[in-house]
Design a binder for this molecule. Sequence first.
Ligand code: GLN
Length: 257
Amino acid sequence: MTKRIGVIAVLLVAVLALGLAGCAQQPSASTAKVLKVGAETTFPPFEFQDEKTKEYTGFDIDLMKAIAKQMGYEMQIQSMGFDALIPALEAGQIDVIASAMTITEERAKKVTFSKPYYKSGLSIVVKSDNNTIKTFKDLEGKRIAVQIGTTGADEAKKIKDAKVREYNSTSEAFLELKAGGVDAVVNDLPVNQYYLAQGGAKDAKAVGEILNAEEYGIAIAKKNKDLADKVNNALEEIKKNGEYDKIHEKWFGKKMQ
Ligand code: GLN
């Protein structure tokens, strides 16, 4: 009996020692695997800098944190222009793109997209006192501001005789609208809604039908098949365990889909 207790005691000490050793290792971030996430970080509410803390925040940021954690990685954001993201991924400077990036055929030739993670679409924003633009058709011949390299830019370029001006960020496009340099902004619906809700509605409004056939995906380099599988598995897992819904609710309120 005493011998048995002795054995148990020794085992307990061993387990404790191992546990402590494990704890001691955890805080050294250098041993954790890092997932480099590329994003254009002026696209609220998906990715932007918190004014006070200067930390990156938003739906995509929270989503990627959850996905990285699920995969056993730490996430690190690398901020760059939207049109620089795919080249950076191809060059191996980043591991994934999470930047409200719409899954398109054109992009899918260059990158592997995860399963869709957010349904989106495009919409039009004009100045509050504009009563002539009510539909995409009304944009014919008009000056339209867009963000460079986006689906909004592609759509605007399809409009007859439109003068499309491309800006590095959506906020610059909105500033140009405010300044009267353009007649409209064509951009992702949830981002337009957020802009209007955050004060933009003082002198701008949303008009027209919504083109809602877009879905966002996480992009992974074509050669990185393993990573694409891991990202998809993690995404599926956080959808199952309720984490995705929590993040969605935090940024958009209760899910309606
Ligand atoms: N969803 C749009 C696109 O993929 C815009 C994305 C963005 O500006 N971050 O083109």
